[in-house]
Design a binder for this molecule. Structure first.
Ligand code: TXA
Ligand code: MG
Length: 343
Protein backbone atom coordinates (compact mmCIF):
# COMPACT_ATOMS: atom_id res chain seq x y z
CA UNK A 1 0.00 0.00 0.00
CA UNK A 2 1.16 3.57 -0.64
CA UNK A 3 2.07 5.09 2.71
CA UNK A 4 -0.12 7.88 4.11
CA UNK A 5 1.75 10.27 6.42
CA UNK A 6 -0.40 12.51 8.64
CA UNK A 7 0.59 16.17 8.65
CA UNK A 8 -0.75 19.22 10.50
CA UNK A 9 -2.48 21.37 7.86
CA UNK A 10 -1.61 24.63 9.64
CA UNK A 11 1.87 23.93 10.99
CA UNK A 12 3.34 21.14 8.88
CA UNK A 13 6.16 19.23 10.54
CA UNK A 14 9.43 20.10 8.73
CA UNK A 15 10.78 16.53 8.92
CA UNK A 16 7.66 15.15 7.22
CA UNK A 17 7.83 17.87 4.57
CA UNK A 18 11.49 17.07 3.96
CA UNK A 19 10.72 13.36 3.49
CA UNK A 20 8.10 14.21 0.87
CA UNK A 21 10.31 16.82 -0.81
CA UNK A 22 13.21 14.36 -1.06
CA UNK A 23 10.97 11.94 -2.97
CA UNK A 24 9.94 14.67 -5.42
CA UNK A 25 13.53 15.88 -5.87
CA UNK A 26 14.63 12.44 -7.07
CA UNK A 27 11.77 12.17 -9.56
CA UNK A 28 9.04 10.53 -7.45
CA UNK A 29 5.36 11.38 -6.93
CA UNK A 30 3.71 12.66 -3.73
CA UNK A 31 0.03 13.51 -3.20
CA UNK A 32 -0.55 16.51 -0.93
CA UNK A 33 -3.43 18.71 0.23
CA UNK A 34 -4.08 22.11 -1.30
CA UNK A 35 -6.81 24.66 -0.53
CA UNK A 36 -8.80 23.34 -3.52
CA UNK A 37 -8.39 19.54 -3.84
CA UNK A 38 -5.51 17.07 -3.31
CA UNK A 39 -2.76 17.34 -5.93
CA UNK A 40 -0.35 14.72 -7.24
CA UNK A 41 3.04 16.44 -7.13
CA UNK A 42 6.23 15.87 -9.10
CA UNK A 43 9.26 17.90 -10.17
CA UNK A 44 7.95 20.24 -12.88
CA UNK A 45 11.40 20.63 -14.46
CA UNK A 46 12.02 16.88 -14.92
CA UNK A 47 10.26 15.31 -17.94
CA UNK A 48 10.63 11.78 -16.53
CA UNK A 49 8.96 12.82 -13.25
CA UNK A 50 6.20 14.58 -15.19
CA UNK A 51 5.69 11.40 -17.25
CA UNK A 52 5.23 9.43 -14.00
CA UNK A 53 2.31 11.70 -13.08
CA UNK A 54 0.54 10.99 -16.39
CA UNK A 55 1.30 7.30 -15.95
CA UNK A 56 -0.02 7.10 -12.35
CA UNK A 57 -3.28 8.86 -13.23
CA UNK A 58 -3.75 7.14 -16.56
CA UNK A 59 -4.03 10.69 -17.87
CA UNK A 60 -4.22 11.48 -21.56
CA UNK A 61 -0.96 13.15 -22.69
CA UNK A 62 -2.98 15.88 -24.44
CA UNK A 63 -4.21 17.20 -21.06
CA UNK A 64 -1.68 19.77 -19.75
CA UNK A 65 -0.74 20.01 -16.05
CA UNK A 66 -0.74 22.97 -13.66
CA UNK A 67 2.68 24.09 -12.38
CA UNK A 68 2.68 25.16 -8.72
CA UNK A 69 5.09 27.78 -7.40
CA UNK A 70 6.01 28.61 -3.80
CA UNK A 71 5.73 32.40 -4.01
CA UNK A 72 4.02 34.82 -6.39
CA UNK A 73 7.47 36.25 -7.29
CA UNK A 74 8.48 32.85 -8.69
CA UNK A 75 6.12 33.30 -11.66
CA UNK A 76 9.02 34.69 -13.67
CA UNK A 77 10.93 31.40 -13.35
CA UNK A 78 8.29 29.53 -15.39
CA UNK A 79 6.63 32.32 -17.43
CA UNK A 80 8.44 33.85 -20.40
CA UNK A 81 6.39 37.03 -19.90
CA UNK A 82 3.46 38.21 -17.81
CA UNK A 83 0.88 40.66 -19.13
CA UNK A 84 -0.31 43.52 -16.90
CA UNK A 85 -3.63 41.68 -16.56
CA UNK A 86 -1.84 38.52 -15.41
CA UNK A 87 0.19 40.49 -12.90
CA UNK A 88 -2.92 42.17 -11.52
CA UNK A 89 -4.76 38.85 -11.10
CA UNK A 90 -1.73 37.26 -9.43
CA UNK A 91 -1.52 40.21 -7.05
CA UNK A 92 -5.21 39.95 -6.21
CA UNK A 93 -5.53 36.17 -5.74
CA UNK A 94 -2.11 34.66 -4.94
CA UNK A 95 -1.44 32.75 -2.91
CA UNK A 96 -4.82 31.14 -3.61
CA UNK A 97 -7.08 29.12 -5.88
CA UNK A 98 -6.54 30.94 -9.20
CA UNK A 99 -4.54 29.44 -12.10
CA UNK A 100 -3.08 31.70 -14.78
CA UNK A 101 -2.17 30.52 -18.28
CA UNK A 102 0.99 32.37 -19.41
CA UNK A 103 3.66 31.91 -22.12
CA UNK A 104 6.03 29.17 -20.94
CA UNK A 105 9.78 29.19 -20.39
CA UNK A 106 11.90 26.25 -21.64
CA UNK A 107 12.57 25.14 -18.02
CA UNK A 108 9.10 23.55 -18.15
CA UNK A 109 9.27 20.40 -20.32
CA UNK A 110 6.89 19.98 -23.23
CA UNK A 111 5.15 16.95 -21.75
CA UNK A 112 3.97 19.08 -18.78
CA UNK A 113 2.09 21.41 -21.12
CA UNK A 114 1.02 18.79 -23.71
CA UNK A 115 3.23 20.55 -26.23
CA UNK A 116 1.55 23.95 -25.80
CA UNK A 117 3.66 27.13 -25.81
CA UNK A 118 1.79 28.24 -22.68
CA UNK A 119 1.84 26.95 -19.12
CA UNK A 120 -0.84 27.03 -16.39
CA UNK A 121 0.60 28.32 -13.09
CA UNK A 122 -0.77 28.52 -9.58
CA UNK A 123 0.63 29.65 -6.25
CA UNK A 124 -1.29 27.66 -3.61
CA UNK A 125 -2.08 29.11 -0.17
CA UNK A 126 -2.28 25.79 1.73
CA UNK A 127 0.57 25.68 4.29
CA UNK A 128 1.44 22.06 3.37
CA UNK A 129 1.54 22.81 -0.36
CA UNK A 130 3.59 25.94 0.26
CA UNK A 131 6.11 24.25 2.59
CA UNK A 132 6.48 21.30 0.22
CA UNK A 133 7.22 23.44 -2.86
CA UNK A 134 9.70 25.54 -0.86
CA UNK A 135 11.47 22.37 0.31
CA UNK A 136 11.57 20.83 -3.17
CA UNK A 137 13.29 23.99 -4.40
CA UNK A 138 11.77 23.93 -7.90
CA UNK A 139 8.19 24.27 -9.21
CA UNK A 140 5.91 21.26 -8.80
CA UNK A 141 3.36 19.96 -11.31
CA UNK A 142 0.19 18.86 -9.56
CA UNK A 143 -2.96 17.70 -11.28
CA UNK A 144 -5.85 16.71 -9.06
CA UNK A 145 -4.87 13.43 -7.35
CA UNK A 146 -7.61 11.24 -8.80
CA UNK A 147 -7.56 8.59 -11.51
CA UNK A 148 -8.10 10.16 -14.94
CA UNK A 149 -11.76 11.14 -15.65
CA UNK A 150 -12.81 10.32 -12.09
CA UNK A 151 -14.04 12.54 -9.26
CA UNK A 152 -11.33 14.77 -7.77
CA UNK A 153 -9.91 13.73 -4.41
CA UNK A 154 -10.64 15.95 -1.41
CA UNK A 155 -9.17 13.62 1.25
CA UNK A 156 -6.09 11.40 1.54
CA UNK A 157 -8.35 8.31 1.56
CA UNK A 158 -9.84 9.37 -1.80
CA UNK A 159 -6.31 9.58 -3.19
CA UNK A 160 -5.57 6.07 -1.96
CA UNK A 161 -8.84 4.75 -3.45
CA UNK A 162 -7.68 5.85 -6.90
CA UNK A 163 -3.87 5.80 -6.84
CA UNK A 164 -2.79 3.20 -4.29
CA UNK A 165 0.53 1.56 -5.28
CA UNK A 166 0.80 3.92 -8.24
CA UNK A 167 2.43 6.82 -6.33
CA UNK A 168 5.21 7.06 -3.75
CA UNK A 169 3.59 8.87 -0.79
CA UNK A 170 0.40 10.60 0.36
CA UNK A 171 0.47 13.49 2.86
CA UNK A 172 -2.77 13.54 4.87
CA UNK A 173 -3.57 17.08 5.98
CA UNK A 174 -7.32 16.48 6.40
CA UNK A 175 -10.09 17.45 3.98
CA UNK A 176 -9.30 20.04 1.32
CA UNK A 177 -10.93 23.38 2.03
CA UNK A 178 -12.66 24.57 -1.16
CA UNK A 179 -13.38 21.03 -2.37
CA UNK A 180 -13.41 22.17 -6.00
CA UNK A 181 -10.45 22.98 -8.27
CA UNK A 182 -8.93 26.36 -9.02
CA UNK A 183 -10.38 28.79 -11.52
CA UNK A 184 -8.28 28.85 -14.72
CA UNK A 185 -7.86 32.15 -16.58
CA UNK A 186 -5.90 32.50 -19.83
CA UNK A 187 -4.05 35.80 -19.63
CA UNK A 188 -2.23 35.25 -22.94
CA UNK A 189 -5.54 36.35 -24.54
CA UNK A 190 -6.79 39.92 -24.55
CA UNK A 191 -9.34 40.19 -23.04
CA UNK A 192 -8.42 37.33 -20.66
CA UNK A 193 -10.58 34.21 -20.90
CA UNK A 194 -12.13 32.02 -18.25
CA UNK A 195 -11.13 28.45 -19.20
CA UNK A 196 -12.42 26.65 -16.12
CA UNK A 197 -14.79 28.04 -13.46
CA UNK A 198 -13.54 27.12 -10.00
CA UNK A 199 -12.96 28.15 -6.41
CA UNK A 200 -12.62 31.86 -7.27
CA UNK A 201 -15.94 33.09 -8.67
CA UNK A 202 -16.30 34.84 -12.02
CA UNK A 203 -17.53 37.94 -10.14
CA UNK A 204 -14.36 38.05 -8.03
CA UNK A 205 -12.18 37.91 -11.17
CA UNK A 206 -14.36 40.47 -12.94
CA UNK A 207 -14.13 42.88 -10.03
CA UNK A 208 -10.33 42.96 -10.40
CA UNK A 209 -10.49 43.29 -14.20
CA UNK A 210 -13.01 46.14 -13.92
CA UNK A 211 -10.53 48.10 -11.82
CA UNK A 212 -7.75 47.97 -14.45
CA UNK A 213 -6.83 50.81 -16.77
CA UNK A 214 -8.37 50.25 -19.26
CA UNK A 215 -10.98 48.01 -17.59
CA UNK A 216 -11.30 44.49 -19.07
CA UNK A 217 -14.29 42.18 -19.35
CA UNK A 218 -13.66 38.47 -18.90
CA UNK A 219 -14.06 36.52 -22.15
CA UNK A 220 -15.64 33.06 -22.38
CA UNK A 221 -14.04 29.75 -23.17
CA UNK A 222 -13.82 30.40 -26.90
CA UNK A 223 -13.49 27.61 -29.39
CA UNK A 224 -10.87 25.45 -31.01
CA UNK A 225 -8.33 23.01 -29.65
CA UNK A 226 -6.42 25.45 -27.48
CA UNK A 227 -9.56 26.91 -25.92
CA UNK A 228 -9.51 24.42 -23.05
CA UNK A 229 -7.06 21.64 -23.80
CA UNK A 230 -7.77 18.42 -22.01
CA UNK A 231 -11.06 19.68 -20.67
CA UNK A 232 -12.78 16.52 -21.81
CA UNK A 233 -16.49 16.58 -21.38
CA UNK A 234 -16.52 13.25 -19.57
CA UNK A 235 -14.80 13.94 -16.27
CA UNK A 236 -15.49 13.65 -12.56
CA UNK A 237 -17.41 10.46 -13.35
CA UNK A 238 -18.69 8.36 -10.46
CA UNK A 239 -19.13 4.61 -10.94
CA UNK A 240 -22.91 4.88 -10.69
CA UNK A 241 -24.49 6.92 -13.52
CA UNK A 242 -25.17 10.47 -12.34
CA UNK A 243 -28.27 12.28 -13.57
CA UNK A 244 -28.02 16.06 -13.34
CA UNK A 245 -31.39 17.82 -13.54
CA UNK A 246 -29.90 21.04 -14.84
CA UNK A 247 -32.08 24.09 -14.20
CA UNK A 248 -34.54 22.03 -12.15
CA UNK A 249 -35.44 21.97 -8.49
CA UNK A 250 -36.52 19.71 -5.69
CA UNK A 251 -39.86 18.56 -7.11
CA UNK A 252 -38.24 17.31 -10.34
CA UNK A 253 -35.63 15.60 -8.18
CA UNK A 254 -38.26 13.82 -6.07
CA UNK A 255 -40.07 12.73 -9.24
CA UNK A 256 -36.88 11.34 -10.78
CA UNK A 257 -36.20 9.58 -7.50
CA UNK A 258 -39.60 7.85 -7.58
CA UNK A 259 -38.97 6.79 -11.18
CA UNK A 260 -35.64 5.16 -10.32
CA UNK A 261 -37.10 3.42 -7.27
CA UNK A 262 -39.94 2.06 -9.44
CA UNK A 263 -37.32 0.56 -11.72
CA UNK A 264 -35.87 -1.24 -8.70
CA UNK A 265 -32.69 0.82 -8.53
CA UNK A 266 -30.78 1.73 -5.39
CA UNK A 267 -30.88 5.53 -5.47
CA UNK A 268 -28.55 8.15 -4.01
CA UNK A 269 -29.45 11.86 -3.97
CA UNK A 270 -27.42 15.01 -3.33
CA UNK A 271 -29.55 17.49 -1.40
CA UNK A 272 -29.40 20.99 0.02
CA UNK A 273 -30.44 21.46 3.63
CA UNK A 274 -33.68 23.02 2.38
CA UNK A 275 -34.54 19.84 0.40
CA UNK A 276 -34.36 17.45 3.33
CA UNK A 277 -38.03 17.68 4.38
CA UNK A 278 -39.28 17.09 0.84
CA UNK A 279 -37.34 13.81 0.83
CA UNK A 280 -38.59 12.55 4.20
CA UNK A 281 -41.22 10.46 2.36
CA UNK A 282 -38.48 8.20 0.96
CA UNK A 283 -37.31 7.10 4.40
CA UNK A 284 -34.59 4.45 4.21
CA UNK A 285 -35.39 3.63 0.57
CA UNK A 286 -32.72 6.06 -0.63
CA UNK A 287 -29.21 7.18 0.28
CA UNK A 288 -29.04 10.94 0.83
CA UNK A 289 -26.09 13.27 1.25
CA UNK A 290 -26.79 16.81 2.42
CA UNK A 291 -24.28 19.29 1.00
CA UNK A 292 -25.29 22.49 2.77
CA UNK A 293 -27.66 25.40 2.50
CA UNK A 294 -28.86 26.35 -0.97
CA UNK A 295 -27.65 29.89 -0.27
CA UNK A 296 -24.08 28.72 0.41
CA UNK A 297 -22.56 27.40 -2.82
CA UNK A 298 -19.12 27.36 -1.12
CA UNK A 299 -20.38 24.76 1.38
CA UNK A 300 -21.97 22.79 -1.46
CA UNK A 301 -18.72 22.87 -3.47
CA UNK A 302 -16.71 21.80 -0.42
CA UNK A 303 -18.72 18.60 0.04
CA UNK A 304 -19.69 17.82 -3.56
CA UNK A 305 -16.93 15.42 -4.62
CA UNK A 306 -16.75 13.67 -1.24
CA UNK A 307 -20.52 13.14 -1.29
CA UNK A 308 -20.42 11.67 -4.80
CA UNK A 309 -17.64 9.29 -3.74
CA UNK A 310 -19.53 8.35 -0.61
CA UNK A 311 -22.68 7.47 -2.62
CA UNK A 312 -20.52 5.33 -4.89
CA UNK A 313 -19.06 3.58 -1.84
CA UNK A 314 -22.60 2.95 -0.55
CA UNK A 315 -23.22 0.95 -3.73
CA UNK A 316 -26.08 2.94 -5.29
CA UNK A 317 -27.07 2.25 -8.93
CA UNK A 318 -28.05 5.83 -9.70
CA UNK A 319 -27.05 9.26 -8.38
CA UNK A 320 -29.54 12.12 -8.80
CA UNK A 321 -28.94 15.82 -8.29
CA UNK A 322 -30.90 19.01 -9.07
CA UNK A 323 -29.49 22.45 -9.88
CA UNK A 324 -27.74 24.71 -7.36
CA UNK A 325 -28.34 27.99 -9.19
CA UNK A 326 -26.04 30.68 -10.58
CA UNK A 327 -24.82 32.44 -7.45
CA UNK A 328 -21.14 32.60 -6.54
CA UNK A 329 -19.69 29.10 -7.14
CA UNK A 330 -22.94 27.84 -8.74
CA UNK A 331 -21.48 27.93 -12.29
CA UNK A 332 -18.38 25.98 -11.19
CA UNK A 333 -20.62 23.35 -9.57
CA UNK A 334 -22.72 23.19 -12.76
CA UNK A 335 -19.58 22.63 -14.84
CA UNK A 336 -18.57 19.68 -12.65
CA UNK A 337 -22.05 18.15 -12.63
CA UNK A 338 -22.38 18.43 -16.41
CA UNK A 339 -19.12 16.56 -16.86
CA UNK A 340 -19.91 14.02 -14.14
CA UNK A 341 -23.19 13.18 -15.89
CA UNK A 342 -21.61 12.65 -19.33
CA UNK A 343 -21.18 8.98 -20.16
O1 TXA B 1 -7.12 23.34 -7.96
C1 TXA B 1 -6.40 22.89 -8.85
O2 TXA B 1 -6.14 23.53 -9.90
C2 TXA B 1 -5.81 21.48 -8.65
C3 TXA B 1 -4.84 21.56 -7.47
C4 TXA B 1 -4.14 20.26 -7.21
O3 TXA B 1 -3.95 22.62 -7.65
N1 TXA B 1 -5.20 21.02 -9.84
C5 TXA B 1 -5.93 20.67 -10.95
O4 TXA B 1 -5.18 20.17 -12.01
O5 TXA B 1 -7.14 20.78 -11.02
P1 TXA B 1 -5.83 19.36 -13.22
O6 TXA B 1 -4.65 18.80 -13.92
O7 TXA B 1 -6.81 18.40 -12.73
O8 TXA B 1 -6.48 20.44 -14.15
C6 TXA B 1 -5.66 21.25 -14.96
C7 TXA B 1 -6.43 21.92 -16.06
C8 TXA B 1 -6.37 21.13 -17.37
O9 TXA B 1 -7.42 20.24 -17.50
C9 TXA B 1 -6.42 22.22 -18.41
O10 TXA B 1 -7.75 22.45 -18.82
C10 TXA B 1 -5.91 23.46 -17.73
O11 TXA B 1 -5.77 23.17 -16.36
N2 TXA B 1 -4.61 23.80 -18.31
C11 TXA B 1 -3.38 23.36 -17.96
N3 TXA B 1 -2.44 23.87 -18.75
C12 TXA B 1 -3.06 24.67 -19.64
C13 TXA B 1 -2.62 25.50 -20.71
N4 TXA B 1 -1.34 25.60 -21.06
N5 TXA B 1 -3.56 26.18 -21.41
C14 TXA B 1 -4.86 26.09 -21.07
N6 TXA B 1 -5.34 25.34 -20.05
C15 TXA B 1 -4.46 24.63 -19.35
MG1 MG C 1 -8.47 17.13 -12.54
Amino acid sequence: MTEILPIDPREPDPATIERAAAIIRVGGTVAFPTETVYGLGANATDPAAVARVFEAKGRDPSDPLIVHIARPEDLGTVAASVSPVGAALARAFWPGPLTLVVPKRPIIPDNATAGLPSVAVRCPSHPVAHALIVAVGVPVVAPSANAFTRTSATTAEHVREDLDERIDLILDGGPADAGIESTVVDVTAEPPRLLRPGAVSREEVEAVLAGLDPPRVLGGRGSGRTASPGQMLRHYAPRAPLTYLEGQGVSALAQACRGELDRGRRVGVLLTGEDVDAFAEFGDAIERRVLGSRSDTRAIARRLFAAIRSLDAAGVDAILVADFGDDDLGPAIRDRLRRASTR
